[in-house]
Design a protein around this ligand. Sequence first.
Ligand SMILES: Cc1cc2nc3c(=O)[nH]c(=O)nc-3n(C[C@H](O)[C@H](O)[C@H](O)COP(=O)(O)OP(=O)(O)OC[C@H]3O[C@@H](n4cnc5c(N)ncnc54)[C@H](O)[C@@H]3O)c2cc1C
Length: 535
Amino acid sequence: MSTSIQTDVLIVGLGPVGAALANLLGRYGIRVTAIDKSTEIFNAPRAIALDNEALRILQMCGLEEGAFETVAIPEVRMHSPAFGQYSRAVTAGAIDGHPKLVTFYQPELEQVLRQRLNQYPHVTVQLGVALQSFQQQDTHVQAVLQDSQGHAIQVSARYLVGADGASSLVRQALGQDFKGKTYAEDWLVVDAKNAAKAIDHVEFICDPKRPTPHMVAPGGRQRWEFKLQAGETREQMEHPDTVKRLLPPWATPGQDIEIERVAVYRFHARVADRFQVGRAFLVGDAAHITPPFVGQGLVAGLRDVANLGWKLAWVVQGLADPELLASYTQERQPHVRAMIDLAKWMGRLVMPSNGITAFVTHGVMKTLGHIPKLRRLFEHLEIKPANRFKQGCFVPPGANSVLTRGGQAPQTWVRRQASSPTQTTTALSDDVLGTGFAMIGFGVCPRSNLTATERARWEHLGGRFLQIDPRGRPATSPPGDAWEDIGGSLLPHPLPHGWVAIVRPDKVVMHDGPATDSAAILNLAIHELKPIAAH
Ligand SMILES: Cc1cc2nc3c(=O)[nH]c(=O)nc-3n(C[C@H](O)[C@H](O)[C@H](O)COP(=O)(O)OP(=O)(O)OC[C@H]3O[C@@H](n4cnc5c(N)ncnc54)[C@H](O)[C@@H]3O)c2cc1C
């Protein structure tokens, strides 16, 4: 017996990345079928750290602060046997409205993302259903699925997204090489809970004999990762006696801590040649995998879906030409590679190959730390590659741009004044900008230099207008459209008189310039969107 389904987007794999994409497309009103071959959430120890960018994307997916438990991490410390603490990264504080670094429990996040899908009647989830094969046609993708009873399901989807993890069938079916390296070293990951005492930070014990990252996580949890030594096997290392032997001096299993899960992993650094082939896309681990030393595997997958989600939605709704989708690989791949390079570099610090290399590497890091400019690079995470595009769907920066076109617009707290002070609303600016495009006027009404036709065209394409004023300055826009930048980081500094900007649904700045050029700015941004001629 075979059933058949028609959908706009078929998401293969409902891990954290597939589930985040399903939520985004759900918010955009797109008809989605999301499948996973497993009926359960994968419970092995995997992602534990998320940065402010990941938290901002989860906010875009509709997750409010507190939707899942997190622990803010104030500091990452690097230790060496020869030099003690030889370096550190300060992760206290917030960027764009979110803590710079938190730890979390991946199965809880996945659970929350799946639960949130229930609110979208146009998103269908099928668990215990595996992709078997698919073929691309001119107008759609024809996929064959199989449910847990062995029944075949035929799906006709306008687009297919492979969020099916590192061994992706979608990637293999697309004939994509997964170029890169698999590390020769194995690591034992130990997750424990109900700790009587715990550190409040992340520490990397960079002992060449047994490198050990160690960190705190929600629910009284702690994680240790132990590099295997020559001759040690997976079976030996996953044995409870080995864990009991390794955990002291931090804790004693069974006495002041409970072992939750252990697993031996081998890390990889690999990137698919292309993240798009025709109507099929790769996101998350299906597209790239990284060593976990900078905690960026899942974060990169979330960046993928923030980038791809709105593009698919606008194309499916007929508001943009499918040509727009080519900008997904163009914008994402260079950043993925840069982040993997950083993780590899960090890996060399964490797991130097021998005592001499450790002494030299950690000694050089300690010495460089005395030079304030170089210390800041590491200490304030300035070595982290900025998520800023060289090419893609934005108007290239000109001599007069004051915002970072092709980079993320900052997020800040904004306040809308009402007639009564008790009705004043305070919100994070991304929530105010909304799920579509926004034309922002900084200290100026963004509509003021546009004709009624231009305004209507923008609104038809899912664009809205908003005015952001410096704190305390009376608004000139109609009530409801004007907000004060009370966090002080969304307005350009210094603020040119009457400035406008176009921000994409993923909060990337597309264009900016003087309000007197509003019409040209709007038209160039719309041109980048490649709307189909009828619009
Ligand atoms: C030890 C370790 C530590 C890590 N630490 C961090 C960290 O601190 N921070 C961070 O950001 N990242 C970290 N990562 C990486 C992170 O866990 C992964 O990047 C993330 O889980 C990938 O999510 P995904 O949704 O792309 O893939 P997965 O979670 O692998 O999901 C893929 C889904 O696809 C389904 N599937 C597969 N094939 C099919 C098919 N044919 N049909 C239907 N369904 C299918 C699977 O059942 C699965 O549910 C770590 C990884 C490891 C191993």
